[in-house]
Design a protein around this ligand. Structure first.
Ligand SMILES: NC(=O)c1ccc[n+]([C@@H]2O[C@H](COP(=O)([O-])OP(=O)(O)OC[C@H]3O[C@@H](n4cnc5c(N)ncnc54)[C@H](O)[C@@H]3O)[C@@H](O)[C@H]2O)c1
Length: 363
């Protein structure tokens, strides 16, 4: 089988993580880089090393398409607010598309993209990759297998470092990112829908920017992005979920923690330790029967990115969808719904009220 030929659109931090991972697949090769910023192209070329030979460079998608390269697919890792316009010409080109999260920064753009993607002839995949972190994937498998009994409560925590500097500082403003609850938390809202297996009814978020970016100014303007929040989501099957986000907890031992509690047991997973902790109910003052296990990740895969192997396993599944017709595990509809949940959380935090998901008209 001939190698799948990919172009990378957006050669910044996440783009380089994509090309480093793509290099681990014999089935795929990078043939083009697209980025309007010369220093980003140079950054990607440095990361490619000898593999940069023969990789074409373009400043934008129309130029890529006009060049008539033989191409099978694209990976889009340009800033959130560019996804809609980057995607528009690509939909006409019948390529396989992996578009980074969030699908779009703006909900109406996301609705338009999801509608167009529904009739797209190639694979269309949204980069909601936390599903693919091996410990998270194992946790999801066990919950779906019924290990906690009937799921009742799902709690997630991300306690991490502040947003890093980005090319052109695009991530400092909600108008570019969609706001932190879209930009960052779409991952967790996607995980909630996947684990709970239901749709959100109501979202209540309390959040603000209280520690990070307070003294930063860009063209005289102060950033406007949430750096801490609590979000409660009610699902239509009765499950309630919680997201606890803190972006000034870089000293925390675990970056992500998820706990699923059902009528029979509690199951927790921790990243980066990869530990799963299973605690069945034992009754008042009975001896605990806690079981611990650890899901490891191959060293090469871990070293190819900063998302605990997620980028590699997501690319594996994307390539399998293209070559073997395996299921598209994160559809445009999933991407749209995660953006809508994030948008609801942003509205909730701003207007200090619970937001009914129906208000967002995502169908
Ligand atoms: N899956 C994840 O966990 C994860 C992690 C980080 C970032 N991301 C996503 O990846 C995307 C990129 O984020 P990043 O951290 O790499 O940002 P970045 O600023 O490091 O890189 C973005 C790159 O896109 C380029 N760019 C800007 N406009 C463009 C356009 N119209 N066409 C092509 N390239 C363009 C910029 O010049 C820059 O080189 C964002 O959507 C972000 O949300 C996902």
């Amino acid at each position: 089988m001939s190698k799948l030929r990919f172009a990378l659109i957006g050669a910044g931090m996440m783009g380089v993580e994509h090309l480093t991972n793509l290099a681990l697949f014999d089935e795929a090769e990078l043939v083009a880089l697209v980025d309007p910023v010369p220093s980003s192209l140079r950054y990607a070329v440095r990361a490619l090393g000898e593999r940069a030979a023969g990789v074409a460079q373009f400043a934008n998608v129309p130029d890529l398409l006009a060049a008539g390269l033989k191409l099978d697919g694209v990976i889009i890792s340009s800033p959130n607010h560019t996804h809609h316009d980057v995607l528009t010409p690509l939909f006409g080109a019948d390529l396989h598309i992996l578009c980074e999260k969030p699908l779009c920064s703006d909900l109406e753009d996301a609705k338009r993209v999801a509608e167009r993607a529904a009739s797209h002839r190639g694979v269309f995949w949204v980069g909601m990759e936390y599903r693919f972190m091996p410990p998270a994937a194992e946790f999801i498998r066990q919950v779906h297998e019924g290990r906690v009994g009937r799921l009742v409560m799902l709690a997630m925590r991300e306690h991490r470092f502040p947003f890093l500097p980005k090319v052109g500082d695009w991530n400092r403003f909600s108008r570019n990112t969609g706001g932190t609850m879209v930009e960052k938390c779409c991952h967790f809202f996607d995980l909630m829908r996947l684990i709970v297996g239901a749709e959100p009814v109501r979202i209540h978020c309390s959040g603000g920017m209280d520690v990070n970016h307070l003294d930063e100014r860009y063209g005289g303007e102060r950033p406007d992005i949430i750096d801490n929040s609590y979000t409660i989501v009610d699902f239509d099957n009765g499950v309630r979920a919680l997201l606890d986000l803190c972006m000034f907890a870089d000293g925390a031992e675990q970056q992500e923690e998820i706990a699923a509690t059902g009528d029979k047991a509690k199951l927790e997973v921790f990243v980066p330790s990869g530990e799963l902790v299973y605690s069945p109910r034992v009754g008042f003052r009975q001896p605990k029967r806690v079981e611990r296990s650890t899901v490891g990740v191959d060293e090469t895969v871990l070293a190819a990115g900063s998302h605990h192997g997620a980028t590699y396993f997501q690319q594996r599944a994307f390539i399998d969808a293209i070559q073997k017709g395996a299921p598209v595990q994160v559809t445009a509809r999933d991407g749209l719904r995660a953006v809508a949940m994030g948008t609801a959380a942003e509205i909730s935090a701003r207007e200090k009220r619970a937001v009914e998901f129906a208000e967002l008209n995502v169908g």
